[in-house]
Design a protein around this ligand. Structure first.
Ligand code: ZN
Length: 182
């Protein structure tokens, strides 16, 4: 951040009184511009034992396969965001079956949440941000072309449980590779 969104003046980084972290603070109007993690909401959509994946038509990870997911909008619930993203990216209508994974990604200031879901009618397609969508049996998942670590982790968890038909809720984190070497 460089300029104040309230008055347009420059901002500087300092610790406001009573705080303990550096914040962007306007040098003119003193507005403190807090920055907090963003939530990505998505689904694991299933139909007849297969999982629906979308191939990304946008960067980053153009051409890679992903679970339908995206940034939550203001005034939405996480379920509404997950349902909307599934409709937008895979043109698929779903029933939400339950929360499945919450994965913190602190080095990029994001929290990814995936819900288990079932297609309503087996219909799907390719939305604006997808090259194509496709149903994959558990042994057909294109592991070498999966878009993001949180998608990979959620798929791995899901496939480890799908046979038992007993699903947990999994809370975990993915940290920057360099962070664990410190
Ligand atoms: Zn200002």
């Amino acid at each position: 951040m460089k300029y104040c969104s309230t008055c347009g003046e420059l901002v500087e980084q300092r610790i406001p009184q009573g705080d303990n972290r550096y914040r962007f603070v306007c040098i003119s109007c003193d507005t403190i511009h807090y920055q907090n993690p963003r939530i990505v909401a998505g689904t694991v959509p299933v139909w007849n034992g297969k999982i629906l994946l979308c191939r990304r038509a946008i960067e980053p990870r153009y051409g890679y396969w992903t679970l339908p997911a995206g940034f939550m909008e203001n005034a939405e619930t996480t379920i509404e965001a997950a349902v909307r993203e599934t409709l937008e990216e895979a043109l698929a209508e779903i029933h939400i079956d339950g929360l499945y994974s919450i994965i913190d990604v602190p080095h990029i200031n994001q929290v990814h949440m995936f819900y288990r879901a079932t297609l309503k009618d087996g219909q799907f397609g390719a939305g604006e941000e997808s090259l194509e969508s496709k149903l994959f049996a558990p042994d057909e998942i294109p592991w070498d072309e999966i878009s993001f670590p949180t998608v990979r982790k959620t798929l791995e968890l899901f496939l480890s449980e799908v046979g038992s038909d007993s699903f947990g809720v999994h809370v975990s984190d993915i940290r920057h590779p360099m962070a664990s070497k410190a």
